[in-house]
Structure formats: structure tokens, C-alpha cells
Design a protein around this ligand. Structure first.
Ligand code: OVV
Length: 406
């Protein structure tokens, strides 16, 4: 089925961001989309799309005109029923958004997160020591999944049992921002136990007394939010905080495995870890797209967007836009990658970005101090999801540094 293009000045495209072959390597497709102009009409889905850095930034910077309360996926909450209760932070607009965002921002502030550093470093050191000892392992499962599930899971205050539900839940959420396709349906078929476990651990009595979850409930005690809202914000931490960091770690190790000269730079100077992570986020962004919906007729990028229009925002494409980045398709940890859109921007910019950076920096530093070289043993196996891009499996062999740098 194709949807008729109501915009005279916007080229139509049969681009399908959710096709398996596109997800396998979206970058040449993004380039074609950017070359079409500032806007494209995606006739398969009946939505406008932006793929250039400039338009992506402009849209995300006007949350009153390009709103989130109609959902940040393909589904329009004004006309379609959401598959789960809308998020009270992601899928809301000002002024409601500000109240919940303020609480989450405090719980995930640099000060709050700084207190986790020493523990995260111990977890990473222990895991990486053991993996380097083994030499060959599945970097996706044994490190990129294992680290956030342990470190972030403990930080939130989750019970140890049942954490195998975390990634499948995130997979559901991120598939849910796309069309109701086979990828989403097959995930939902086995959803029952997972959704039940998530609901259970969003309750105060399931959480430790000193974790990030408990801090959300403390904000409810202080009257900033309702107690039920605290539980909903724990759900946000669990929805947004696992698959994203897992895949970012996967994409980092994959990029370094493919660019050994870049690994050599980091290994020689592990203090570059944070900067290198920014380049990973720019070069192979985890979060590929989400949507905004116009609240009124509005001019942008040479057209008048009609009120109530769903707009696909390709942030991973903005991060490869040659209009913004010299040699955009080159992975170069020495470049200034700040200004990338991997965490979005504006009032809905990722609230957990300092947590994500801390986790990424700590894992990359732990590796850089111990690992001479990373060899990919065969093709990594991709995890296909409608919104986030990462790996299911990545067999690697690492050689230890003869003298570990500490
Ligand atoms: C940023 C993000 C992703 C997925 C879910 C949520 C947020 C949420 O608030 O539930």
C-alpha cells in the first residue's frame, strides 16, 4: 500500500527504514534520503522524514511545534491505541513533561552518577580480567550484555533473579516505535512473563532501599510526583537503559575490531575513552530514528508542514551528514564528535546520557588497559530491531597487553 504524498514540494520515496536489508546497513540508504532534499515523503508509511543534521536539530529544538505526546513512534496516539501505557516522560509535552523530567534528571545527574563510578569500575575490571584470561569469547553476550545488566541493574536496585527479562522488554519497547511488523509481533507473542516481571520490579518493595529506583520513590514521598508515577519512571529506566547501552558497547567493540589503528590510539592513551565513545555514538548510533508530530501548520526546510503530521527523524543519518561532518563515513576517534544527535537534543534529549557515557567510558578504559588487539572471529550477528541497532553475538579473540597499564 502506498500513501499519497500531499506535499507538492517534497519528493516521494519508497524507502523502508524497517526492511531487514536496510537495517543490515542503513547508511547508503540514509545518504540517498539526504540527497533527495531536506524532506522526503515515505509513501509506505505516509509520513514525512528528515535525515540531514540541520533539519533534525531544528525539529528536536521546537518541542511545542513538534510534539511527543502523540507518541514518538510511527503510531499516532491521537488516533491509535498505544500498545502499553504511554511513558510519562518520553511521550509527554510541557508542562507535564517538566515535572517528571526534573525528578529523573536529578536521579541521573552527574553528582548522583559519580557515586557509582568506583563500583562500575570494579565490575568492569573483574569481567574484563576474566575474559582476557579466556582469550576468545562472545563480546556481545559476555561483556556488552553482562556489564549493563549487572552494573546498571544493581544501580537501579533490581533483584538478581529475573534480569533475563530486561533485554527482551527493551526489545519490545524499541520495536514498538516502528510499524506493527513481524519483528514486533513475534516479540509480543512471548511477552507475558516479561511484562509481568517488569511490572513487579517497578514496585517499591521489589527494589533495594538505596538504588535509583528508591530515589524515584523518595521524590514521591517528597510530593514532587505521585507514587504511581515513581513506578512508571522506574519503568522508563528499565525501558531506555539496557538495550541502548548494551548495543552501544557492541557497536564500540565492533568498530574497534574493524579499525585496529583506532584501537591502537585508544590503547596507547586510555584517557581518550570518553572522546572515543562519542565517535562511536556518532559513527554507528544505537538509536536510529524516532518521530515527532506537528501541532500546527509550520514552515521548515522550505515547505509548510501540515498540522498533525507524523515526522520520522533519522538521528543516525544526521550523524553521518557530510554537510555537518568532514569525512562523515570515517571512524576517527581523534575527531570532535560532540554535537552528534545520538542522544537527541533539546528538552527530550536523553536523560540517561551521563549514565551511558559512564558505562561506555569504564568498559572501554578497562579494555584499553588490558587488551593489545581485538580480532573479530567471523561476522558479528546483528540483532534486528525497528529502532535500535546492535548485535546478538560477536565472537572475538583478544590478545593481552604484555604489561597491563594501570
Ligand atoms: C528514551 C526512552 C526509550 C524507551 C522508553 C522510554 C524512554 C520510556 O520512557 O519508557
Amino acid at each position: 500500500m502506498t500513501h499519497e504524498n500531499p506535499y507538492r514540494d517534497v519528493p516521494s520515496s519508497d524507502f523502508d527504514p524497517y526492511a531487514t536489508e536496510v537495517l543490515a546497513d542503513p547508511y547508503p540508504h540514509y545518504e540517498r534520503l539526504r540527497e533527495l532534499g531536506p524532506w522526503a515523503w515515505l509513501e509506505r508509511y505516509g509520513v514525512l522524514a528528515v535525515a540531514r543534521h540541520d533539519e533534525v536539530q531544528r525539529i528536536l529544538s521546537q518541542p511545542d511545534v513538534f510534539c511527543s505526546s502523540a507518541g514518538v513512534g510511527l503510531a499516532n496516539f491521537h488516533t491509535e491505541k498505544p500498545w502499553r501505557k504511554p511513558s510519562i516522560i518520553l511521550e509527554t509535552d510541557p508542562p507535564d513533561h517538566g515535572r517528571t523530567r526534573k525528578v529523573v534528571a536529578r536521579v541521573l545527574s552527574p553528582a548522583s552518577i559519580g557515586r557509582l563510578r568506583a563500583t562500575f569500575e570494579e565490575v568492569a575490571a573483574r569481567m574484563v580480567d576474566e575474559l582476557v584470561e579466556r582469550g576468545s569469547f562472545d563480546a556481545a553476550k559476555d561483556l556488552c550484555e553482562a556489564f549493563p545488566i549487572k552494573a546498571f541493574g544493581d544501580a537501579v536496585g533490581l533483584p538478581a533473579a529475573g534480569r533475563q527479562h530486561l533485554l527482551p522488554y527493551g526489545d519490545m519497547v524499541f520495536n514498538g516505535f516502528g510499524p506493527i511488523n513481524e519483528r514486533f509481533r513475534s516479540r509480543m507473542e512471548s511477552a507475558g512473563e516479561t511484562v509481568d516481571w517488569i511490572a513487579k520490579v517497578c514496585q517499591r518493595d521489589a527494589l533495594t532501599k538505596d538504588g535509583l529506583g528508591a530515589q524515584l520513590f523518595a521524590a514521591a514521598d517528597a510530593g514532587e510526583i505521585e507514587h504511581e508515577e515513581a513506578g512508571m519512571l522506574v519503568r522508563t529506566l528499565l525501558s531506555a537503559g539496557l538495550d541502548t547501552t548494551v548495543f552501544t558497547l557492541c557497536n564500540a567493540i565492533q568498530s574497534f575490531g574493524r579499525h585496529p589503528e583506532q584501537w591502537a590510539l585508544l590503547r596507547e592513551d586510555p584517557s581518550m575513552a570518553r572522546q572515543a565513545l562519542e565517535e562511536v555514538l556518532r559513527y554507528d548510533s544505537t538509536f536510529h530514528s524516532f518521530y515527532r508530530t506537528s501541532t500546527r501548520d509550520v514552515e521548515l526546510g522550505g515547505i509548510t508542514v501540515k498540522a498533525g503530521q507524523k515526522i520520522a527523524v533519522f538521528i543516525a543519518s544526521a550523524n553521518r551528514d557530510p554537510r555537518r561532518w568532514p569525512d562523515a563515513d570515517r571512524f576517527d576517534v581523534t575527531r570532535r564528535a560532540t554535537g552528534h544527535m545520538a542522544f537527541g537534543t533539546g528538552i527530550h534529549g536523553c536523560a540517561g546520557q551521563m549514565m551511558a557515557r559512564l558505562e561506555g567510558e569504564i568498559v572501554l578504559t578497562a579494555l584499553a588497559r588490558r587488551v593489545e588487539s581485538i580480532r573479530l572471529d567471523g561476522q558479528p550477528v546483528q540483532h534486528f530491531n525497528n529502532t535500535v541497532r546492535g548485535l546478538k553475538s560477536m565472537p572475538v579473540t583478544v590478545t593481552p597487553l604484555s604489561v597491563a597499564v594501570h
